[in-house]
Design a protein around this ligand. Structure first.
Ligand SMILES: [Zn+2]
Length: 126
């Protein structure tokens, strides 16, 4: 049985998610500039300074399928940060049991434990 996360571990995940957000945002910034210099430079500055929610909003407004993976990633990070502030981080949203620490380390935005994730993906693919 996995244990609930300690305050120290939560603090680690907070930093991890924070770093992850900066990484995704910087990749997105580079990609937007590479798509189209003129179009890109208009919004790149905004992208570079946007916080999580603002950036998700901006990206959703662009409606570009090729940038969707950034939007999903940013939404996942934002949701994980919300779970931390609401004291729900590391708890499986389907069964309510703690998610294994190792799984969270590998996948800090995980919403489900391994077993529930398998069921979820199985149901999705049927
Ligand atoms: Zn579960």
């Amino acid at each position: 049985m996995s244990e609930k996360l300690t305050g120290f571990q939560l603090e680690q995940f907070k930093n991890l998610l924070h770093d992850r957000f900066y990484m995704v945002r910087s990749d997105l910034y580079k990609e937007i500039l590479s798509i189209d210099k003129e179009y890109g430079s208009k919004i790149a500055e905004t992208v570079y300074q946007a916080a999580t929610a603002a950036l998700a909003h901006l990206l959703a407004g662009l409606k570009r399928i090729d940038l969707n993976h950034y939007l999903n990633e940013i939404k996942d990070i934002e949701a994980a940060q919300t779970r931390i502030t609401e004291n729900q981080y590391g708890i499986c949203q389907d069964c309510g049991y703690p998610i294994y620490f190792k799984r969270l380390l590998a996948f800090p935005t995980a919403k489900r434990c391994v077993a529930c994730q398998r069921l979820y993906e199985k149901a999705k693919n049927e």
